[in-house]
Design a protein around this ligand. Structure first.
Ligand code: GLA
Length: 382
């Protein structure tokens, strides 16, 4: 990072900050519906090396694009200039910080971004960049923001500058997770509870199966699902769908249009599954969450309708190879699934999934195990 920074800007960075991608274990499309999710930080991170500079200009470069983007801080804050492409995730943070703090006196900066969080897979590569940049600027500009405020800052950058109408799941995972734990996010209460995963202790591994079908939440399906959920909430006269008790779900059948009913059933039951999974993990028996993961997949496939054939095939293949549970993870319309498997069985299950999906006529998926890591930090020694 330091060498790349020096090559790009001719100076030394003041430090390197990083934030993780995430895997959402359970609780999908629940964040903007006032439900719950249980993500954990993975051992893939976005890193940003930053140094302040005298001129009120931001210059940002990255290992995954050739251009250096240069914008005036004042133009960013006023919204006169909107960063686009990858730079939106970096410089969108400046705009979003400018909404809540006075940036009139802050210095400009140079930033170099690197990341090994795969893009378009559903493991939140964008939130990882946003969170790393946010903690770096918070420290260098002496803003003293707390992590929850930073979650909202990163969400605003994602929603308004990057243009993806997402909730706060990904940014919360990147900013609120402690090393080795999952985090139970209760979006209605606004709480974040650390939950032990205990996967390695139970001789388990979590495989990510990247379908290589790419999604883009700035367009299409994600936005449509949000609108459908809002319509379902209006039918039920609630502010957020997850306010509907799980026992009342069936009574709504026929009382709202079928599409809205099924979207609602997914949100309410997935929230219940999320709390149930957290209780099982806290009781120290991670294998028991397997059936909940598989039920969640059926709900995402049939009720929420955001799975794709390559992912359904991967989930079925994982289960037939002996996985405890498997499901689509992330926003859907492509991306990845996860499978909970015995540690000793990782290789066999991984190749069974890849072979089966390929034989079914889809692109060969990329299967990799993930470890729980921790949230956004300043990297040691920088
Ligand atoms: C994407 C969004 C999140 C969340 C998930 C689905 O990752 O960024 O806010 O809605 O989809 O759970």
């Amino acid at each position: 990072m330091r060498d790349a920074f020096a090559a790009a800007f001719g100076t030394e960075p003041s430090g390197v900050w990083s934030a993780p991608g995430r895997v959402n274990l359970i609780g999908e499309h629940t964040d903007y519906n006032g439900g719950a999710s249980l993500p954990f930080a993975i051992d893939r991170r976005a890193r940003v090396a930053v140094a302040l500079r005298a001129e009120r200009v931001a210059r940002v470069g990255t290992s995954f694009a050739d251009d250096i983007v240069e914008l005036e801080i004042d133009d960013l804050v006023s919204g006169t200039t909107r960063p686009v492409g990858w730079a939106a995730y970096v410089l969108g943070i400046v705009w979003a910080l400018g909404e809540i703090v006075d940036l009139e006196d802050v210095a400009g900066f140079d930033a170099w971004i690197n990341s090994d969080v795969p893009v378009g897979v559903g493991v939140s590569s964008s939130a990882a960049i946003e969170a790393a940049v946010c903690i770096a600027l918070d420290e260098l500009w002496g803003l003293g923001l707390d992590r929850r405020t930073m979650v909202r800052v990163c969400q605003r950058a994602e929603n308004i500058i990057a243009g993806a109408p997402t909730g706060t799941l990904d940014q919360s995972a990147a900013l609120l997770t402690r090393p080795g734990a999952g985090v139970l996010l209760d979006f209605a209460r606004g709480t974040a509870r650390q939950v032990p995963l205990g996967l390695a202790e139970a001789n388990l591994a979590l495989l990510v199966v990247d379908s290589t079908v790419r999604h883009d939440h700035t367009t299409g399906g994600y936005r449509k699902r949000r609108a459908e959920c809002e319509r379902a909430a209006a039918f039920a006269s609630v502010d957020h769908l997850a306010q509907i008790p799980v026992e009342s779900v069936a009574a709504w059948e026929g009382s709202m249009p079928d599409v809205e009913f099924r979207r609602m059933r997914h949100v309410v039951t997935d929230t219940a599954r999320c709390f149930a999974a957290a209780r099982l993990l806290e009781a120290g028996d991670p294998t028991k969450i397997g059936p909940l993961l598989t039920q969640a997949h059926a709900s995402l496939r049939d009720d929420f309708e955001i799975s794709v054939s390559a992912i359904d095939t991967a989930v079925d293949a994982a289960l037939s190879a002996g996985a405890y549970g498997a499901r689509l993870t992330g926003g859907g319309f492509g991306g990845a699934s996860v499978a909970l498997v015995d540690l000793d069985d990782v290789e066999r299950v991984a190749s069974h999934i890849a072979d089966t999906v390929e034989h079914a006529g889809h692109a060969r998926p990329v299967v990799f195990p993930v470890q729980a890591s921790g949230g956004a930090i300043r990297e040691e020694g920088t």
